[in-house]
Design a protein. Structure first.
Length: 490
């Protein structure tokens, strides 16, 4: 049975402009140029005034006279929404957001960086394969193996899968022995350890390239091939008994193994995966007064195209318009609106960045003056959000993707946020202070007898921090410091 009833709902929806602003806010400085270029290519009504050095060409509609009849069509509705051209006009001589914040290094940042031409890891292997006299079938197998390696240089695909690929895609029927024979050949290529199927084989291949008549190398191979589990767990006492070495001899063997490369595929690679970090802010110390500046790359000199605004003006002057003219003007209006929204979003982005960073700088003023982590105050997202009157999610977007350059390093804003810990005296301190003490203790420990979490907990209590052992373990893991047993050295 159908029933009708009234229902009220309170919904919050984001406008396209708000969505555009949120997306731009998350974009780091290094990617902002690309995003702006995309918008400039997509919207002809948007211009970058810094790229315009010549006088603009005279408008192509200047010869139209007031009141000219554009193919008068009285059957159509000749009315459109009124457009206020002044909404899109802006003074080209002044730009209230592009020149307000600049930095002396920005001209250097804008210079083109030459890119070195390097042979990739896979190309290097292919070149070595080309130099070996092989039958057509063996060459196809070798190319299949090289193409199956991952970025670390390992062959993690099963041999049977490669045999199937060769049969279906290359129409080459081979046996497992054929593939293993070519695999052995490729494992002899440089860099050593390439095309291994696991870490044990990778390290073993590298050791067997060395002088195996050397007793240390022989013992290293024995440890890797028969006692790798004890080695990775640092059970050195068991290793001494298993391979018949004293502590000094074992120390030399372990050092030999640790010098090997566990990821040979990275040895010939340019580190292109690392994203270049360009700081969004700069903080300088001017005789005890902190000065905050926004990287000039965040303030592009954008403006609405004058020629597109001229189209509007001529449309307004025309007494009558036909259907095609209305469609053209509607298109122009859409592009002008889009350009205006994008410029507004860029300006709002800059204001939000500055407001957020300014609040963080003043909240952590003592830290930015000295660089001493012990002076970092406990600070959570809500503290900054309340100060600037914005949502926590907005502060989070800024903190998670923006960097600030100081006189003592460049840091992600997120690193300045920390939880509060109460000392025995009732004072609230940042958990970063506790992490610093942990890091110092572990750095100074006797590596032959590293400090266990229980002992670290006792040391913190001696400093006045009443923290549970599991919290100490959590902080240690956050700093990527292994447990005491794995920090042990001979």
């Amino acid at each position: 049975m159908l029933k009708q009833h009234l229902q009220q709902k309170l919904l919050q929806k984001l406008s396209p402009q708000q969505i555009q602003f949120i997306k731009l806010l998350q974009v780091p400085t290094v990617a902002l140029d690309t995003r702006i270029k995309e918008e400039l290519e997509d919207n002809p009504a948007l211009e970058d005034s810094s790229l315009i050095t010549l006088d603009e060409p005279k408008g192509e509609y200047d010869d139209l006279q007031d009141g000219e009849d554009f193919n008068n069509d009285t059957s159509e509705d000749n009315t459109l929404d009124d457009f206020n051209v002044d909404d899109y006009l802006q003074d080209d001589s002044t730009n209230d957001y592009s020149t307000s914040y600049s930095n002396g290094d920005d001209e250097e940042d804008k210079k083109e960086t030459p890119i070195a031409i390097e042979t990739t890891f896979f190309e290097s292997l292919q070149q070595q394969l080309d130099l070996v006299p092989l039958s057509d079938q063996d060459f196809v197998i070798g190319r299949q193996i090289i193409g199956s390696l991952d970025d670390d240089g390992y062959l993690r695909r099963p041999i049977t899968s490669m045999i199937d690929d060769l049969a279906f895609s290359q129409n080459v029927m081979v046996e497992e022995e054929d593939v293993l024979e070519i695999l052995k050949l490729i494992q002899s290529f440089d860099p050593a350890g390439i095309a291994a199927r696991d870490l044990q084989e990778c390290v073993s291949l590298q050791l067997r390239r060395k002088d195996i008549s050397n007793p240390l190398i022989k013992k290293a191979i024995e440890i890797v091939e028969f006692h790798l589990d004890e080695f990775t767990r640092k059970h050195y006492d068991k290793l001494e008994k298993a391979v018949g070495l004293n502590s000094e001899e074992l120390k030399e063997v372990v050092a030999e193994i640790l010098r090997l490369n566990p990821k040979p595929g990275d040895s010939n690679q340019v580190t292109t995966k690392q994203m270049q970090i360009i700081p969004d802010f700069h903080i300088s110390n001017n005789d005890g007064v902190l000065v905050l500046t926004l990287n000039a790359r965040n303030a592009p000199e954008l403006r609405v195209s004058r020629s597109y605004m001229d189209m509007f003006e001529h449309y307004d002057k025309a007494a009558q318009k036909d259907k095609k003219m209305k469609e053209a003007v509607q298109f122009v209006k859409q592009k002008l609106d889009s350009a205006k929204w994008f410029i507004d979003a860029i300006k709002q982005r800059q204001q939000t960045l500055l407001k957020t960073m300014n609040a963080i700088m003043h909240y952590q003023y003592d830290y930015f003056l000295t660089g001493d982590e012990r002076k970092l105050r406990p600070m959570i997202l809500k503290d900054i959000a309340d100060k600037i009157g914005m949502d926590i999610s907005t502060v989070s977007r800024v903190a998670n993707s923006k960097y600030v350059q100081t006189e003592f390093g460049t840091f992600l804003l997120k690193s300045f946020f920390s939880e509060a810990i109460q000392t025995e005296s009732g004072e609230e301190v940042s958990n970063k202070e506790v992490k610093k003490i942990l890091e110092d203790c572990i750095g100074k420990e006797d590596k032959r007898k590293p400090l266990a979490d229980e002992r670290l907990t006792e040391i913190l209590k001696e400093h006045g921090y009443n923290i549970a052992r599991r919290t100490v373990a959590k902080y240690r893991e956050q700093m990527n410091i292994p447990v005491a047993r794995l920090r042990k050295e001979l």
